[in-house]
Design a protein around this ligand. Structure first.
Ligand SMILES: [Zn+2]
Length: 67
C-alpha cells in the first residue's frame, strides 16, 4: 500500500500504516494513497469499446450501402 506524507510531500510503500515517514520521520500527516489505476483502466476500456463499436457500425453501414 502506498502512503503520502503531507510533511515532505513524498510517496512511499508500506505494508501497514507506518508510524513515521521514512524520509522526514514525521509522525503526523501520513495518509494512505488509494490507487487511481482501476478507474483509468475502466475509462480506457470504455473509450476503446466506443471507438471499436463506432468503427464496426461505420463498416456495417459501408457494406450495407455497397451491397
Ligand atoms: Zn515525510
Amino acid at each position: 500500500m502506498q502512503f503520502h506524507c503531507s510533511n515532505c510531500h513524498k510517496m512511499f510503500d508500506a505494508a501497514e500504516a507506518p508510524e513515521a515517514c521514512p524520509r522526514c520521520h514525521a509522525e503526523a500527516g501520513l495518509e494512505p494513497h488509494l490507487p487511481v489505476a482501476l478507474p483509468m483502466k475502466l475509462f480506457g476500456a470504455l473509450l476503446a469499446g466506443v471507438i471499436v463499436s463506432s468503427g464496426a457500425a461505420a463498416l456495417i453501414g459501408l457494406f450495407a450501402k455497397s451491397g
